[in-house]
Ligand binder design. Structure first.
Ligand SMILES: [Zn+2]
Length: 245
Protein backbone atom coordinates (compact mmCIF):
# COMPACT_ATOMS: atom_id res chain seq x y z
CA UNK A 1 0.00 0.00 0.00
CA UNK A 2 2.86 2.34 0.77
CA UNK A 3 4.26 1.62 -2.62
CA UNK A 4 0.98 2.49 -4.33
CA UNK A 5 0.74 5.72 -2.39
CA UNK A 6 4.20 6.71 -3.55
CA UNK A 7 3.39 6.38 -7.23
CA UNK A 8 3.74 9.76 -8.84
CA UNK A 9 1.09 11.76 -10.66
CA UNK A 10 2.86 11.02 -13.92
CA UNK A 11 2.32 7.32 -13.53
CA UNK A 12 0.91 6.06 -16.80
CA UNK A 13 -0.05 2.57 -15.73
CA UNK A 14 -3.85 2.59 -15.95
CA UNK A 15 -4.38 -1.13 -15.73
CA UNK A 16 -5.31 -0.98 -12.09
CA UNK A 17 -8.19 1.15 -10.89
CA UNK A 18 -6.39 1.50 -7.62
CA UNK A 19 -3.40 3.14 -9.23
CA UNK A 20 -5.60 5.21 -11.52
CA UNK A 21 -7.42 6.67 -8.55
CA UNK A 22 -4.13 7.75 -7.08
CA UNK A 23 -3.15 9.53 -10.26
CA UNK A 24 -4.81 12.79 -9.31
CA UNK A 25 -4.37 14.87 -6.23
CA UNK A 26 -8.15 15.17 -5.99
CA UNK A 27 -9.37 11.63 -5.59
CA UNK A 28 -13.13 12.32 -5.85
CA UNK A 29 -14.50 11.12 -9.16
CA UNK A 30 -16.32 13.60 -11.34
CA UNK A 31 -19.99 12.76 -11.76
CA UNK A 32 -21.44 15.99 -13.11
CA UNK A 33 -22.58 16.05 -16.73
CA UNK A 34 -23.73 18.65 -19.26
CA UNK A 35 -27.11 20.17 -18.36
CA UNK A 36 -29.53 22.35 -20.30
CA UNK A 37 -28.43 25.39 -18.31
CA UNK A 38 -24.72 24.69 -18.77
CA UNK A 39 -25.20 24.21 -22.49
CA UNK A 40 -27.20 27.44 -22.78
CA UNK A 41 -24.65 29.49 -20.85
CA UNK A 42 -21.57 28.33 -22.73
CA UNK A 43 -20.39 30.49 -25.64
CA UNK A 44 -18.95 28.82 -28.75
CA UNK A 45 -15.54 30.26 -27.83
CA UNK A 46 -15.75 28.75 -24.32
CA UNK A 47 -16.60 25.35 -25.79
CA UNK A 48 -13.54 25.54 -28.02
CA UNK A 49 -11.36 26.45 -25.04
CA UNK A 50 -12.88 23.56 -23.08
CA UNK A 51 -12.01 21.05 -25.81
CA UNK A 52 -8.46 22.38 -26.18
CA UNK A 53 -7.93 22.22 -22.42
CA UNK A 54 -9.21 18.64 -22.53
CA UNK A 55 -6.64 17.87 -25.23
CA UNK A 56 -3.90 19.36 -23.04
CA UNK A 57 -4.98 17.06 -20.19
CA UNK A 58 -4.97 14.10 -22.61
CA UNK A 59 -1.49 14.87 -23.91
CA UNK A 60 -0.07 15.26 -20.41
CA UNK A 61 -1.96 12.24 -19.01
CA UNK A 62 -3.94 14.34 -16.53
CA UNK A 63 -7.40 13.22 -17.61
CA UNK A 64 -10.39 13.97 -15.41
CA UNK A 65 -11.19 11.00 -13.22
CA UNK A 66 -14.87 10.39 -14.11
CA UNK A 67 -17.44 8.17 -12.57
CA UNK A 68 -18.76 6.88 -15.89
CA UNK A 69 -21.54 4.66 -14.49
CA UNK A 70 -22.93 7.72 -12.64
CA UNK A 71 -22.60 9.82 -15.79
CA UNK A 72 -24.50 7.13 -17.69
CA UNK A 73 -27.37 7.21 -15.20
CA UNK A 74 -27.47 11.02 -15.20
CA UNK A 75 -27.72 11.21 -18.98
CA UNK A 76 -30.13 8.34 -19.65
CA UNK A 77 -33.14 10.55 -20.30
CA UNK A 78 -31.61 13.67 -21.84
CA UNK A 79 -28.43 15.00 -23.38
CA UNK A 80 -27.06 18.51 -23.83
CA UNK A 81 -23.73 18.08 -25.65
CA UNK A 82 -21.62 21.19 -26.09
CA UNK A 83 -19.99 20.37 -29.43
CA UNK A 84 -20.22 18.35 -32.62
CA UNK A 85 -16.95 16.91 -33.89
CA UNK A 86 -16.75 15.58 -37.44
CA UNK A 87 -13.80 13.21 -37.42
CA UNK A 88 -12.25 10.34 -39.35
CA UNK A 89 -12.96 6.72 -38.43
CA UNK A 90 -9.25 6.16 -37.76
CA UNK A 91 -8.75 3.92 -34.71
CA UNK A 92 -5.92 6.16 -33.54
CA UNK A 93 -8.21 9.18 -33.24
CA UNK A 94 -10.57 8.28 -30.37
CA UNK A 95 -12.39 11.59 -30.19
CA UNK A 96 -13.72 11.55 -26.60
CA UNK A 97 -10.28 10.42 -25.37
CA UNK A 98 -8.28 13.06 -27.18
CA UNK A 99 -10.49 15.86 -25.82
CA UNK A 100 -10.90 14.21 -22.41
CA UNK A 101 -14.70 14.30 -22.55
CA UNK A 102 -17.25 12.24 -20.65
CA UNK A 103 -20.68 10.76 -21.30
CA UNK A 104 -23.10 13.22 -22.91
CA UNK A 105 -20.44 15.88 -23.57
CA UNK A 106 -20.01 15.80 -27.35
CA UNK A 107 -21.59 14.45 -30.52
CA UNK A 108 -19.07 12.62 -32.65
CA UNK A 109 -19.78 12.20 -36.36
CA UNK A 110 -17.25 9.85 -37.89
CA UNK A 111 -16.55 8.94 -41.49
CA UNK A 112 -13.36 7.96 -43.31
CA UNK A 113 -11.61 11.18 -44.36
CA UNK A 114 -13.95 13.44 -42.33
CA UNK A 115 -15.93 14.47 -45.40
CA UNK A 116 -19.60 15.45 -45.54
CA UNK A 117 -22.63 14.00 -47.28
CA UNK A 118 -26.37 14.29 -46.74
CA UNK A 119 -26.63 11.85 -43.83
CA UNK A 120 -23.61 13.40 -42.14
CA UNK A 121 -24.94 16.92 -42.70
CA UNK A 122 -28.22 15.78 -41.19
CA UNK A 123 -26.35 14.45 -38.16
CA UNK A 124 -24.49 17.73 -37.72
CA UNK A 125 -27.72 19.73 -38.19
CA UNK A 126 -29.34 17.60 -35.52
CA UNK A 127 -26.51 18.24 -33.06
CA UNK A 128 -26.30 21.98 -33.70
CA UNK A 129 -29.79 22.97 -34.76
CA UNK A 130 -31.95 20.72 -32.60
CA UNK A 131 -29.82 19.53 -29.70
CA UNK A 132 -28.21 22.94 -29.12
CA UNK A 133 -24.46 22.28 -29.43
CA UNK A 134 -22.38 25.44 -29.81
CA UNK A 135 -19.33 24.36 -31.75
CA UNK A 136 -18.70 22.39 -34.93
CA UNK A 137 -15.17 21.10 -35.28
CA UNK A 138 -13.96 19.38 -38.45
CA UNK A 139 -11.00 17.30 -37.36
CA UNK A 140 -8.46 15.96 -39.84
CA UNK A 141 -5.41 14.01 -38.78
CA UNK A 142 -1.83 13.15 -39.60
CA UNK A 143 -1.24 10.16 -41.87
CA UNK A 144 -4.94 9.76 -42.72
CA UNK A 145 -5.44 6.48 -44.60
CA UNK A 146 -8.50 7.74 -46.45
CA UNK A 147 -6.70 10.87 -47.69
CA UNK A 148 -3.66 8.75 -48.56
CA UNK A 149 -5.84 6.41 -50.62
CA UNK A 150 -7.38 9.40 -52.37
CA UNK A 151 -3.94 10.85 -53.16
CA UNK A 152 -2.91 7.48 -54.62
CA UNK A 153 -6.23 7.15 -56.46
CA UNK A 154 -6.62 3.73 -54.91
CA UNK A 155 -9.13 1.53 -56.70
CA UNK A 156 -10.43 -1.34 -54.60
CA UNK A 157 -13.26 -2.15 -57.00
CA UNK A 158 -15.96 -0.67 -54.79
CA UNK A 159 -18.24 2.15 -55.87
CA UNK A 160 -18.83 2.97 -52.22
CA UNK A 161 -15.14 3.50 -51.51
CA UNK A 162 -14.73 5.44 -54.78
CA UNK A 163 -17.53 7.84 -53.86
CA UNK A 164 -15.89 8.40 -50.49
CA UNK A 165 -12.38 8.98 -51.87
CA UNK A 166 -13.62 11.24 -54.67
CA UNK A 167 -14.87 13.65 -52.02
CA UNK A 168 -11.25 14.54 -51.24
CA UNK A 169 -10.28 15.06 -54.90
CA UNK A 170 -11.02 18.83 -55.08
CA UNK A 171 -8.86 19.38 -51.98
CA UNK A 172 -6.02 17.37 -53.56
CA UNK A 173 -6.17 19.26 -56.86
CA UNK A 174 -5.77 22.60 -55.07
CA UNK A 175 -2.42 21.63 -53.55
CA UNK A 176 0.62 22.14 -55.78
CA UNK A 177 3.07 19.31 -56.17
CA UNK A 178 3.30 15.68 -57.15
CA UNK A 179 0.65 13.37 -55.67
CA UNK A 180 3.11 11.83 -53.25
CA UNK A 181 1.88 10.53 -49.89
CA UNK A 182 5.49 9.92 -48.83
CA UNK A 183 6.04 13.68 -48.86
CA UNK A 184 4.86 14.62 -45.37
CA UNK A 185 4.61 18.33 -46.12
CA UNK A 186 2.41 17.63 -49.14
CA UNK A 187 0.35 14.98 -47.32
CA UNK A 188 -0.33 17.27 -44.33
CA UNK A 189 -1.24 20.12 -46.68
CA UNK A 190 -3.81 17.93 -48.43
CA UNK A 191 -5.28 16.75 -45.10
CA UNK A 192 -5.62 20.36 -43.94
CA UNK A 193 -7.08 21.51 -47.25
CA UNK A 194 -9.57 18.64 -47.06
CA UNK A 195 -10.68 20.05 -43.68
CA UNK A 196 -11.09 23.54 -45.20
CA UNK A 197 -12.99 22.06 -48.13
CA UNK A 198 -15.32 20.15 -45.82
CA UNK A 199 -16.05 23.30 -43.82
CA UNK A 200 -16.91 25.23 -47.01
CA UNK A 201 -19.08 22.34 -48.24
CA UNK A 202 -20.95 22.31 -44.93
CA UNK A 203 -21.52 26.07 -45.15
CA UNK A 204 -22.73 25.80 -48.74
CA UNK A 205 -24.94 22.77 -48.29
CA UNK A 206 -26.60 23.33 -44.92
CA UNK A 207 -28.72 26.46 -44.56
CA UNK A 208 -29.45 25.47 -40.94
CA UNK A 209 -25.77 25.43 -39.97
CA UNK A 210 -25.07 28.47 -42.11
CA UNK A 211 -27.79 30.49 -40.38
CA UNK A 212 -26.67 29.45 -36.91
CA UNK A 213 -23.15 30.57 -37.75
CA UNK A 214 -24.38 33.86 -39.23
CA UNK A 215 -26.29 34.60 -36.04
CA UNK A 216 -23.20 33.84 -33.96
CA UNK A 217 -24.96 31.01 -32.13
CA UNK A 218 -22.35 28.49 -33.23
CA UNK A 219 -18.76 28.53 -34.34
CA UNK A 220 -17.13 26.33 -36.97
CA UNK A 221 -13.45 25.48 -36.66
CA UNK A 222 -11.01 23.23 -38.45
CA UNK A 223 -8.44 21.21 -36.52
CA UNK A 224 -5.55 18.82 -37.12
CA UNK A 225 -4.70 15.90 -34.84
CA UNK A 226 -1.11 14.72 -34.59
CA UNK A 227 -0.69 10.95 -34.40
CA UNK A 228 2.87 11.69 -33.28
CA UNK A 229 2.14 13.46 -30.02
CA UNK A 230 -1.67 13.45 -29.55
CA UNK A 231 -1.95 17.21 -29.89
CA UNK A 232 -4.85 18.98 -31.58
CA UNK A 233 -4.01 22.21 -33.43
CA UNK A 234 -6.63 24.65 -34.65
CA UNK A 235 -6.00 25.28 -38.33
CA UNK A 236 -9.09 27.32 -39.22
CA UNK A 237 -10.95 29.66 -36.94
CA UNK A 238 -12.53 32.36 -39.01
CA UNK A 239 -15.94 33.86 -39.48
CA UNK A 240 -18.21 32.92 -42.30
CA UNK A 241 -17.60 34.79 -45.52
CA UNK A 242 -20.81 35.32 -47.44
CA UNK A 243 -20.91 34.33 -51.07
CA UNK A 244 -22.31 37.76 -51.90
CA UNK A 245 -19.63 39.73 -50.04
ZN1 LIG B 1 -8.24 9.26 -41.43
Amino acid sequence: MLLLGAISCNQTNQKSNHIDENKHTTSAKVIEVMTEQKQRELTPEEVLTDLLQGNERFVSDRQINRNLPKQISSTTKKQYPKAVVLACIDSRVPVEYIFDQGIGDIFVVRVAGNIEDKALLGSMEYGLGIAGSKLLMVLGHENCGAVKSAIKKLDVGSDNVSVLLNQAEPAILEIDGERDDKNKEYFDAVVKNNVYQTIEDIRNRSSIINNLEDKGEIKIVGAFYSLTDGKVTIIRNDTHEHDDD
